[in-house]
Design a protein around this ligand. Structure first.
Ligand code: SIN
Ligand code: MN
Length: 267
């Protein structure tokens, strides 16, 4: 499942790569079913939107759900991850963002490394994300917005926004965004369920609210080089993990196998 030289070059130059249909329809169906069950639970890992009871993000699902445990061991995730980080990797954060129809709120302009540095004392930006679309992502349901090439700027000054949404975030001010967009523009990768994005921890990104009648669930697995483990433990460990064990790749069908007993039990 290694990435090609052309894909690696695109990642290096633009800060992301888009992989349509990276996971199969069967794998996506399993992950959607498990996500719906998780979203129905009341647990501290499920953070809700400011406006009501709708789940904004569900953290750490891979620590208690076998299907998502298998996802983080999937060769389509582990092999490109190690290739791009140039190291073994561990899971720094796992979340499934709901961006629910009508209620899904904004994610302000930010770099993920801004928060990981300020809150978790991650030494360098040698970390990144895998995003997996569980729904079709279109121009209406709050797609991710990326500023290509912004990852080359390294860690950018950010301020702690505790009020805009229900979730605190280190955000970048508008003047800087204007400059970065003048250089790199904005892209919004769109595609069907199962599509995937790998993006750098210093790529500047955000997403608008979802005014459409369509949900936009995306899984984010944040991977960090084992040589770059965090040094501050202020946040709950379901948000910033303390287990720095390198993740092994399992078999190509690990996700399907993990879902099978659960499918039979549901029938
Ligand atoms: C994020 O940047 O962490 C989430 C953005 C989104 O789900 O739209
Ligand atoms: Mn982010």
């Amino acid at each position: 499942m290694k990435l090609t030289d052309a894909q690696m070059k695109h990642f290096d130059e633009q800060g992301y790569i888009f992989l349509p249909d990276w996971f199969s329809p069967e794998e996506v169906a399993l992950m959607k079913r498990e996500t719906n069950a998780i979203y129905a639970q009341r647990r501290p890992e499920n953070v809700r939107e400011r406006t009501g009871d709708v789940v904004r993000t569900a953290f750490a699902c891979h620590t208690y759900n076998p299907v998502f445990e298998a996802l983080v061991h999937h060769p389509k995730f582990v092999e490109p991850g190690e290739q791009m980080l140039g190291d073994r990797m561990y899971i720094h954060q796992f979340k499934i963002n709901g961006k629910a129809a009508f209620d899904g709120d904004v994610w302000q302009w930010h770099q993920d490394y801004g928060t990981w540095k300020a809150d978790d004392d991650m030494p360098t930006s040698r970390a990144m994300n895998l995003a997996v679309f569980l729904d079709e992502v279109n121009e209406f349901n709050g797609p991710l917005w990326f500023i290509p090439k912004s990852h080359k700027k390294g860690a950018i000054e950010a301020s702690h926004d505790l009020s805009t949404t229900s979730y605190p975030l280190w955000v970048i001010d508008n003047d800087l965004i204007r400059q970065l967009v003048a250089q790199g523009g904005i892209v919004a990768p769109k595609g069907g369920p199962g599509s995937a994005l790998f993006f750098s921890s210093t790529l500047v990104h955000g997403s608008p609210p979802n005014m459409s009648p369509w949900d936009r669930k995306i899984i984010y697995v944040s991977l960090n080089a084992v040589s770059n483990a965090i040094r501050s433990f202020k946040r709950p460990d379901y948000i910033a993990h303390r287990d720095f064990t390198p993740v092994d790749a399992w078999s190509d069908d690990c996700l399907i196998k993990a879902g099978e007993p659960r499918r039979q039990a549901a029938e």
